[in-house]
Design a protein around this ligand. Sequence first.
Ligand SMILES: [Zn+2]
Length: 469
Amino acid sequence: MVVAQSVAALVSYVARCAIISPDDRTWAYNRLLSALRKTGPAPAWDTVDMEGFDLEAVMAQLSAAGVEAGMDEDTPSGHDRIETELMGLLLGRPSTINKRFHELRQTEGPQAATDWFYRLCCDARYVREAAIAKNVSWTTPTAWGDLEITINLSKPEKDPEAIAAAGKALVGAQYPACHLCVENEGYYGRGAGAAFGAHPARQNLRVVPIELGQEPWGFQYSPYAYFEEHCIAMSAEHRPMVVSRANIARLFDFVDLFPHYFVGSNADLPIVGGSILSHDHFQGGRHEFPMMRAQADATVELPGFSRVTCEVLRWPISVLRMCSTNRSELLDAACYVTRVWRTWNDQEVGIVAYSPDGTPHNTVTPVVRKHEGVYELYLALRCNVTTAEHPLGVFHPHEDKWHVKKENIGLIEVMGMAILPPRLLDELGAGTLTRNEIGQVFAGVLEDAGVFKWDDGGRAAFERFLQSL
Ligand SMILES: [Zn+2]
């Protein structure tokens, strides 16, 4: 009885969110009861009590009922798969959602389309708003302006039996090949004990197909967003990340499709690359990052690119901001600077383009947005060289800052937003660190990651590079 009431409440909720039509409520009620192997009284839709409806509490009740019915194991990820499965049963098919998205885009514009799709992904609990709300965020004034700090408390804890996955016989190819593959759409997910280990439940994932650089790509939102409308564009093909002319052109395609979003790519080398290097993808969203508010320290003449303005930003990471209304000339300029940077050596400041065995070390983190009708492209110069003194990376957080950040400085951090682990909340609670101290250490982390430091030697080295352009 209690389960049937929760099912009726969930159905009323999805009808209220327009995930289903009111005409589909009885069908949806039976669909959920069937999955849960339960039966219930005929619901009286007009009298379902939605006062104080708590989606998370209802989902927890239903996943407990699902475990009881033998739908999945009694672990956090088992509960999650059941909850996601139930929502996936109610959510429209990809083709229906794509059709609506593209209709809205054509008739009311890109922002109306993303507004609708984002709301849908939140309502369908793909974007985990309740979990995201647990994150602790603040800004800290530093020498580089206000930096944004987020302690990430939203990602689920790993199942205790994660270790059990080790030693499992692996037969055949992993499916889906990674977390970003378009084949995740509707995928049931796996626990830690399964062959190939844990994989998140994706029954309520919907991917909108878009075209970038005459290729099929997918567009989706990030379930554990760090900022407003944090989205991901991923190649329909599972292939490695690369910062190439074709992909920088795709960043422009993306902001032409969604002019109200920024988009960027992580660097394509280890240490300085952020997230998953195995799948070609971008991250974007509707947020203005501290880097985008940074002042210009100097302007740079780029011979041959008269319609592109180029500035050195006053920013701890070495970033060039290049602007133009002429997309093709800006693309040419960005590729030119990237090509020169990839082969740039400067012994005085430790920049090494290639190891003797030919391993490349220099790359860029590119970010594009449209600002007041002008294309703005940010090229963060990166180098992943290591030394005996800095075995994790010369331009990587140094050891004196590892108590705050030891991980790679990826796209989001380059732009001035720190994503920090939950243990820092304990340190704040214990008073061993203050919020201001954490922000100042993060500023230092970004300084470590900058290839040209803000001292006389670093500025002279930057000047040598700029002169070579
Ligand atoms: Zn993949």
